[in-house]
Write a new protein. Structure first.
Length: 473
């Protein structure tokens, strides 16, 4: 193990790496069910849903294995959030334009993902993606980690633990909970979801405080222990106060992987003809859009998480960046062939890094758990979303500390970073926030007489994002 992953050189151990891998998996296990939900419009249990479920597990595992072996980094991969929602919309639009079923539109959209992956392999081999990373100004690179921190806080308090009831939803912790506590009308509008919301918030903060206290005592695996404590608290409280059996789903759950549906629905069933039937210009525009969003989402996650782990050199660059980006490209190609949207580096990898993960053994552990999830998915499903929120909130808080590296006296750093910190959680896209930061940085330099300080590639990136925002959207 030490020879393969250089554990001693990175100041870690097998135990720490295994715990970190488990922590990462638990914070992102939600993708196993959420991805097929989003890609099939919540058609749970249908052949297409089953196929995407298996594809999600296998493609995530393979992409993560590549990251472990090729780059020796503790980062995990899975179908990117935001990109999967966009993929679902594209699939539906292709189906509507060409007059085919959603499943056929889905297979046509998979052609976009395959082309995207091939393009990324070429760009990675030619070191072009690495040069793009270097073209991002140092100030913006330093601001990516705290911006991701705010994004994680938003996910933890918001979308990761929304509550539904007979009156609608989702209701979120930082919006509806505090409003319900001070307004009778707001409380009534939540209906039966109010009690669930209270338990959700209590679970979040209980888990968060356990993690913080254990971390202050330098307990290894504090994040994982906190999540487990929060889960137990939630299970007991659900049974005692909400009269809900948190393990009821296990009674009817199936532990047999639906490999047959994978073979019949999506495996090697990419439709290039279906894609170009929607129009050549439309196809090219969609390919470019997916490439841009994925490229900067991945770059942002890698740089931000590596910054928190102390993996960046004095120039703000991560060693083995080429191998990490190549792993991302391989994962995307495999995902398209199996039947899922773009595979990308997950921001939740920061939870494993915070738990001590420093090498590819962390990623290898997470990848193995993704494979196991094909057989034990019902067990992963009983982990409360509020418990994973505890970890995301804690990691988000810790990553915000990266602001200390930003020069607050330099407006060309302060302004783009501040905008990024707002744009990232609001837009839900790391790539879009970086693009906005690049545009602001470039404009500021040009109009303050420093145009020559900006590289040609930086100008090109800023221009491409301008086109993306205003012409492609």
């Amino acid at each position: 193990m030490d020879k393969l992953f250089k554990l001693k050189e990175n100041g870690t151990s097998v135990r720490t790496e295994l715990l970190a891998g488990l922590t990462t998996f638990m914070t992102m296990a939600y993708i196993v069910a959420l991805n097929p939900n989003l890609l099939t419009n919540f058609d749970v249990g249908s052949p297409l849903w089953n196929a995407v479920f298996v594809a999600t597990c296998i493609a995530s595992a393979i992409g993560t294995f590549c990251m472990a072996i090729l780059a020796n980094k503790p980062f995990a991969m899975a179908p990117g959030m935001g990109l999967n929602s966009f993929f679902a919309v594209v699939s539906a639009n292709i189906a509507a334009i060409t007059g085919v079923t959603y499943a056929e539109g889905f297979r046509a959209a998979l052609a976009i993902i395959l082309i995207e992956g091939v393009v990324f392999i070429i760009l990675s081999v030619l070191n072009i993606r690495e040069k793009i990373v270097q073209a991002i100004p140092l100030g913006i690179r330093l601001g990516i980690a705290p911006a991701i921190g705010f994004m994680l806080l938003n996910i933890g308090f918001g979308s990761n633990a929304g509550v539904y009831s007979e009156t609608g939803g989702p209701f979120y912790a930082l919006r509806d909970f505090f409003g319900a506590m001070t307004s009778t009308l707001a409380k009534e509008s939540m209906g039966s979801g109010y009690e669930t919301m209270v338990l959700t918030v209590l679970t979040m903060f209980f888990g968060l405080f356990v993690i913080v206290i254990l971390d202050m005592q330098h307990v290894r695996g504090a994040v994982l222990i906190g999540m487990l404590c929060a889960s137990i608290f939630n299970w007991i409280s659900s049974a005692a106060f909400l009269h809900v059996n948190p393990f009821a789903s296990l009674a009817t759950a199936s532990f047999i992987p639906p490999f047959k549906d994978l073979a019949e629905q999506t495996l090697f069933r990419i439709s290039f003809s279906g894609l170009f039937d929607a129009g050549v210009f439309t196809a090219i525009t969609l390919i470019i859009t997916f490439c841009m969003i994925d490229m900067f989402d991945t770059i942002g996650t890698l740089v931000g998480t590596a910054s928190r782990a102390g993996m960046l050199n004095e120039n703000g660059e991560m060693p083995q960046m080429k191998e990490a980006l190549t792993s991302d490209a391989i994962g995307t190609i495999v995902g398209s062939l199996l039947g899922t949207s773009t595979i990308t580096t997950f921001v939740e990898s920061a939870a494993g890094v915070e738990a001590g993960g420093r090498t590819g053994l962390t990623a290898l552990t997470t990848g193995l758990l993704f494979l196991a999830c094909i057989f034990i998915a019902p067990l992963a499903a009983i982990i409360p979303a509020a418990a994973t929120s505890s970890a995301l909130i804690y990691v988000g808080i810790v990553m915000v500390a990266g602001l200390r590296n930003v020069n607050f006296n330099d407006l060309t750093q302060l302004v783009p970073v501040t905008v990024m910190m707002l744009a990232m959680p609001i837009s839900g896209s790391i790539g879009h926030a970086i693009g906005l930061g690049m545009i602001i940085y470039t404009v500021m330099q040009v109009f303050t007489g420093n145009a020559k300080k900006v590289s040609g590639l930086t100008y090109l990136i800023a221009l491409l994002f301008l086109v993306k925002f205003f012409l492609v959207a």
